[in-house]
Design a protein around this ligand. Sequence first.
Ligand code: MN
Length: 410
Amino acid sequence: MVIRGRSLPLSTYRRRRSKAIRLLQKAFGKQVPLLLIGCPEEDLSTMRTPVAGAPRQDQWFDYFSGCHEPGAALLIDPKAKQRDLLLLDPGDPARVIWEGPKLQPGTAAKKAFGVDQTGDVHDIVNHIHDAAKRARGKIVMLSRDKEPGFQSAQFDVWKKKLRGIEVLNGEPALTPMRMIKDKDEIALHRKAIKITEHGLKKTLPLIPTFKNESEIASCLLQHYVSPHHEPLAFSSIVGCGLNAATLHYPHNDQPLDKRKGILIDSGATFGSYCADVTRCAPISGKFTNKRYRELYALVLHCNKLGRKHARPGITINELNEIAWQPILDAGLKRHHGLSHHIGMDVHDPSDYNIPLAPGMIISNEPGVYLADESIGIRIEDDLLITKDGCEELTKAIPKSIKAIESLMKV
Ligand SMILES: [Mn+2]
């Protein structure tokens, strides 16, 4: 049986579960069980936003279990004799010939994920009621205000379903632990970035020979997914000219105009961790258009300011004030934030009131978007906050005008 997921040592997942219980006890004044639901076989959220490669597990569930089996759940109950219960979907034996064997609850699964016990996910309601009984009728689930995801949808579903049980939201209490990455997590980030770097370095030189945005998107896909068959961090944004001025341009299907510029926002994943990188270039490979060149230099200047000031103690809001200033001084508009946290989720759970600290990984992505001039330029790097500043994890991916021109010279 192939075990999918579990990119970190089992002791890491166990330590995270223990820490979560301590943080929840602090937040709610007593020990409460934590319930996490994994993505089912057919996840509506990925069907709405198709992401090529293997299906992605829900990140909170993945964070605490490392388990990539579909239709699983995790119940961490500090008052139970055996605290960590992983519930798996054993599947229908008659479907094995169609879908292949599924990991069954039992000793092998228990060992694979380092939990105290396993069970059948069909018994989940009984397990939840037992756990709630031990905690005066309360359980904790996770729901995000900003960018709600799969756990947030499940929060609403189970809140309705579990009559007589009070479902508390533990997300604010657990978010700070997701914001600091340990050395193993940072190593996985570096690998995701390395794959992204390779893909961009292979793709950018081919752009002058391509005819359509789709060729760029599929070239990236090939290089991001094929080495490890891991999913993309998110659907790539590949927009030429006017399309580059649409922040979340989803189509990637228009002809390339040699006189215009391309914006590529994309990222590979490795071991469930995401890269998030944006690069822009003239389709021709040469910055001959004066206006495009000037705007590119302006955005690059802001990007460098962001990098210079990203350090422990500063908040993301303060960083915004500094790094967007040259764009505002040039009479242009700010359309989005400079930074978000990056982790298992490309927009990782975060609290912007918490100042930056060593171990955090954030994006640094100023941009200008001028639809009436058919220009969109964003330059996005991933920064690791260190003891006395930051390390630009994406520094090997060309971004100076000179470096882009020399990479694209054919
Ligand atoms: Mn980003």
